[in-house]
Write a protein that binds this ligand. Structure first.
Ligand SMILES: [Fe+2]
Length: 513
């Protein structure tokens, strides 16, 4: 780490850690020109007695610092039983600071378990939109959960019609598996405007999040229930691995600085409860979220600690080069140990891996040769099979892996290692498509159809946009794929191309619709 990066990180860390005094002198502010709540509100990481609520003051969202003036600003917050805020149960004041982009994160404590609340923020300009949050059930409860998972919302490639539909589902939770923003833009397939071609600095990342957050459908989806958010590559740089960027000419120092900016931008815009970092470039976001005794969500980070993609990344014929080296890792040692030890100790009915890249292999080349992605778990075969054997020992028949990243829907059997054809099925993977990335998409690309025979663990594939709705009970897991036929113009109706069921304790998945 070079000294300048270290000092920059250190000052950001100091800002992050600063206990803002309650009696901070606040300069009288001239009247707001427009609402400071243009980015909406959000809640996340629900616990039985707590939930994070979020907003960011940005009266002019795309201006530097969202149009704020570098003066610290008090923001009121309220949590109530009713939408009219007649029965307020918790309230307080938060001092929003320019060092953290005027983001507001309140970890509201002392709430009742398994209960809906309303929340809002206030300034002298008035109140924010109202959001709804639901606390998690108490630790012993097996209360059913209805949730959806989403990923990949490239703004200029499509409208967020899927979020309009998602907001009307009666959900207790949304899991976002990453690619919440894209750091780069493509002129191909552009149906909405963008402002910066390649985001590098903290100011750039803030601008990008602000643009995405102005979308009303995204705001409505956030306001409808708490989210659990992780990141993928585009929150920093396409297909980065640890400190190796997409552009091989970027030095490790430059990548550390870019990670620091990207990670801070992510934190400032998400309703998350993650530990304070030693530096922004090392922000640790892995965590678990319990839904009573029903489900434990293991929220993973498959970007920050992974070995560089083998054989120059891309799709490669395997074996090749260092592809099967046992030392190569996807999660990093500490996260892998945390996950496997945690799963061994967990008494949850369902273990849910909320993560980024597809875990099942996909051989895209019909015939005896294997042609597969270096960026997905198939590019890290030893680490993948080690994890799958760990699942086989700890939680077979009650583990579900949720994935995103590749802008298409897949339903896969996960075996206790894919290195042997006779390994038993131990878990199910549901891969969810993009919200908008890639434009309208299609039902099933010909290259997938041609390769189905070479991938017997693959039950279904579809490349439309949308999300996956799940209903989880102690006895079964149901997954319903929701799609829209187009995103390059607004208003597509909602379709349900397939539905699936996993019985608790019985590995494997069956189609039910
Ligand atoms: Fe993506």
């Amino acid at each position: 780490m070079d000294r300048r990066t270290f000092l920059t990180d250190l000052s950001r860390y100091a800002a992050l850690c600063a206990a803002v005094p309650g009696n901070w002198p606040l300069t009288a502010r001239p009247r707001w020109q427009s609402t400071p709540f243009a980015l909406g509100v959000a809640s996340g990481d629900p616990a039985p007695d707590a939930c994070v609520i979020w907003t960011r003051l940005a009266p002019d969202p795309l201006a530097p610092l969202g149009g704020m003036d570098r003066i610290r600003t008090a923001v009121g917050w309220e949590v109530a039983h009713d939408e009219a805020f007649a029965r307020v149960v918790r309230q307080g004041s938060y001092v929003a600071a320019p060092e953290l982009g005027y983001s507001v994160h309140v970890d509201v404590q002392g709430l009742d378990p398994d209960r809906w609340y309303f929340y809002r923020f206030t300034t002298d300009a008035g109140a924010s939109p109202v959001g709804r949050l639901r606390t998690a059930p108490p630790p012993e409860a097996e209360t059913p959960l209805d949730f959806a998972f989403v990923s990949c919302q490239h703004y200029e490639q499509g409208f967020y019609t899927a979020f309009e539909h998602l907001s009307r589902e009666d959900l207790g939770l949304v899991a976002h598996l990453g690619d919440y923003i894209y750091e780069s833009t493509s002129s191909a397939g552009q149906v909405r405007d963008h402002y910066i071609n390649e985001v590098i600095s903290l100011e750039d990342y803030r601008n990008r999040y602000a643009q995405y957050k102005t979308d009303p459908a995204l705001q409505a989806a956030h306001a409808s229930c708490p989210w659990i958010v992780t990141w993928d590559d585009h929150e920093v740089d396409n297909n980065y691995a640890g400190l190796v960027g997409e552009n091989i000419f970027e030095s490790e120092g430059q990548m550390r600085a870019r990670r620091a900016a990207g990670y801070q931008g992510w934190w400032e815009h998400q309703p998350v409860r993650v530990p304070r970092a030693r530096s922004w470039a090392d922000l640790t976001i892995r965590r678990s979220v319990d839904w009573g005794a029903l489900a434990r969500f293991w929220v993973l980070d498959t970007r920050q600690y992974r070995s560089d993609q083998a054989c120059g990344d891309g799709t490669r014929r395997v074996p090749c080069g260092e592809w099967a080296e046992p030392s190569r890792t996807m999660l990093g040692d500490a996260q892998e140990r945390w996950l496997l030890d945690g799963m061994a100790a967990s008494a949850a009915k369902w273990e849910v891996l909320a993560q980024q890249v597809m875990m099942a292999p996909f051989d895209g080349d019909p015939g005896s040769e294997v042609f597969t992605s270096m960026d997905q778990w198939s590019g890290y075969p030893v680490a993948r099979d080690r994890l799958l054997r760990g699942i086989a020992q700890r939680a077979p028949g009650r583990t579900v892996v949720l994935s995103g990243d590749i802008h298409s829907n897949w339903v896969n059997d996960l075996r206790a290692g894919f290195d042997r054809a006779d390994s038993p099925v131990v878990a199910t993977e549901f891969v969810g498509t993009s919200i908008s990335s890639g434009g309208d998409g299609e039902e099933q690309p010909a290259r997938v159809t041609r390769a189905l025979g070479d991938n017997p663990h693959l039950h279904w594939q579809n490349s439309r946009r949308g999300y996956v709705r799940c209903r989880v009970t102690p006895d079964e897991w149901r997954a319903v794929y929701r799609t829209v036929e187009y995103v390059t113009r607004p208003g597509a109706p909602l379709l349900t191309p397939s539905s699936w069921r996993c019985g608790h304790g019985r590995a494997g998945v069956e189609r039910v619709g």
